[in-house]
Design a protein around this ligand. Structure first.
Ligand code: HEM
Ligand code: PLO
Length: 469
């Protein structure tokens, strides 16, 4: 059927003037679960109205592939939202900026800057392993008593990102590290997706505690990053970038259109790499630990694999990744069963286009429900069970089913994917090589439900950490 004859009847949630479908969206369920639940009534492709904004929710692999890959370019726009505009100086970042020629050049530059420190980089390896060792020591210092692993994990990951982005590494009690963690926490808590001011921008004229706090945290972030930027500009040499900030400055100077990548772009990219790097990696590690506590036999098998191929004397290295397919499959299964970004970042149709047989007008927002895709029984056997083996073939080699897309796909795919995979592999590998994780006596195992803020996080939980002997 040609595009001109596409039938236009996509199921739609009830709507009323002004509020759109918001009344039907009132629910104790977090959005990814609610959107998945609504597929029972409306199917895997339906429309709803976020206030005045028509929004299509895509909950199956075939249509998601179309949005992200086949017609990726046509759906590569982003909505303008009050909170993210404030966070990014009006879209001078990568993740929340709308599609444009400048954005494409900017993203390409960020991508190559990241690759300097991505997969295979020995510098990244030593930075991560140092941080992983500090994490092990800090966790082990609790003796056999129980600890909440979150603060130590967050500190370790923050330190890696600070080293990568601007070559600063901190002792746990360093006031600058505390400042960074505080402002980041403030942003995470106030930029939660779906806040009303993002649906109705005019609400920003009224006093709003969250927006005030977001503004304050952004100001602290900007002061700190501007200081780093000035220091870097004074000391950097374009041919030998010390860190991501240097690589961005070099790319800024070498840009094909002189002056298009401004200092604001450099600053916003550094801030974003920082925010994305910390939130996603620490959350994935905390999910991994939570699932290992529920599945002690999986922990044992990862440790047996590490003992066989790495031993106990030296840390696992990136070169050994192919020899450790089970560890890799555990990480994939964690990102399948609890994707940190279960509905990705909203996409926007940049022109009139289509999904399946449905016409999609320019400006329509599209939410790709990766949670539903990762839990679709048509693609995954017993999708609610934690089974790393599903990522291994009969010879024990790693396989990746196409419906596994925790980083998204296409023109908007995560730019930090290889960095994230490298970090996760080294962190979890070193942690499990050195430590045994257990559920403290008399306490329940971690709650696996999760809460969706800016990422899908586990509820706080306790663990005992003992050295492996
Ligand atoms: C975008 C996942 C780590 C930087 C995204 C998206 C997802 C994602 C789902 C949105 C894709 C879309 O909208 O279609 C993850 C996961 C991570 C991770 C699961 C780790 C477990 C990182 C890291 C960085 C990073 C470490 C940087 C240091 C970005 C950026 C974007 C992005 C800049 C925006 C890309 C764009 O809009 O063009 N990520 N991410 N991410 N991620 Fe990641
Ligand atoms: C996290 C808090 C930081 O202070 C700012 C920031 C920047 C980039 C965001 C990140 C936050 C949350 C996770 C995001 C990331 C860009 C891509 C990533 C949304 C808000 C994901 C998983 O989609």
């Amino acid at each position: 059927m040609g595009r001109g004859t596409l039938p236009g009847t996509m199921p739609c949630l009830p709507r009323v003037p002004l509020l759109g479908s918001l009344l039907s969206l009132r629910s104790p369920l977090p959005p990814h679960l609610l959107f998945t639940h609504l597929t029972h009534t409306y199917g895997t492709l339906y429309t709803l109205y976020m206030g005045p904004h028509p929004t299509v929710v895509v909950s199956d692999y075939t249509h998601a592939r179309e949005v992200l890959l086949t017609r990726g370019r046509e759906f590569a726009g982003r909505p303008r939202m009050v909170t993210t505009e404030l966070l990014t100086r009006g879209g001078k970042d990568v993740a929340f900026a709308d599609y444009s020629d400048l954005w494409r050049r900017h993203r390409r530059l960020v991508h190559s800057a990241f690759n300097l420190f991505g997969e295979g980089s020995s510098k990244l390896q030593s930075i991560v392993l140092d941080a992983a060792d500090s994490l092990c020591s800090e966790l082990l210092s609790s003796g056999r008593s129980c600890v909440d692993p979150a603060p130590a994990v967050l500190r370790a990951v923050t330190n890696v990102v600070c080293t990568l982005v601007f070559s600063s590494s901190y002792l746990p009690s360093d006031p600058e590290l505390l400042k960074v963690m505080q402002y980041n926490d403030g942003i995470v808590q106030t930029i939660a997706r779906g806040s009303l001011v993002d649906i109705y921008p005019w609400l920003k004229i009224f006093p709003n505690k969250d927006l005030k706090r977001l503004n304050e945290c952004v100001a602290v972030r900007d002061e700190l990053l501007t200081k780093k930027l000035i220091e870097h500009k004074e000391t950097f040499t374009p041919d030998d970038p010390r860190d991501l900030l240097d690589a961005l400055l070099a790319g800024q100077q070498g840009s094909e259109v002189t002056g298009d990548i401004t200092d604001d772009h450099v600053l916003m990219t550094a801030a974003e790499a920082f925010g994305a790097g910390v939130e996603t990696t620490s959350t994935t590690l905390l999910w991994a630990m939570a699932f290992l506590l529920h599945n002690p036999e999986v922990q044992q098998r990862v440790q047996a694999e590490l003992d066989e191929w790495v031993g106990r004397d030296s840390a696992p290295t990136l070169r050994q990744r192919t020899q450790l397919p089970y560890l890799d499959s555990v990480l994939c299964e964690v990102m399948r069963i609890r994707p940190v970004s279960p509905i990705l970042i909203p996409h926007v149709a940049m022109q009139d286009t289509s999904i399946g047989l449905h016409r999609i007008p320019k400006g329509t927002r599209v939410l790709v429900n990766m949670w539903a895709i990762h839990h679709d029984p048509k693609h995954w056997d017993q999708p609610d069970c934690f089974q790393p083996e599903r990522f291994l073939d009969s010879a024990g080699q790693k396989v990746t089913p196409p419906s596994f897309m925790p980083f998204g796909a296409g023109p908007r795919v995560c730019v930090g994917e290889s960095l994230a995979r490298t970090e996760l592999f080294l962190f979890l590998g070193r942690l499990l090589q050195r430590c045994h994780l257990g559920i403290p006596q008399g306490t329940a195992p971690p709650d696996l439900q999760g809460r969706l803020g800016v990422v899908l996080q586990p509820q706080p939980y306790l663990v005992t950490i003992s050295p492996r002997t």
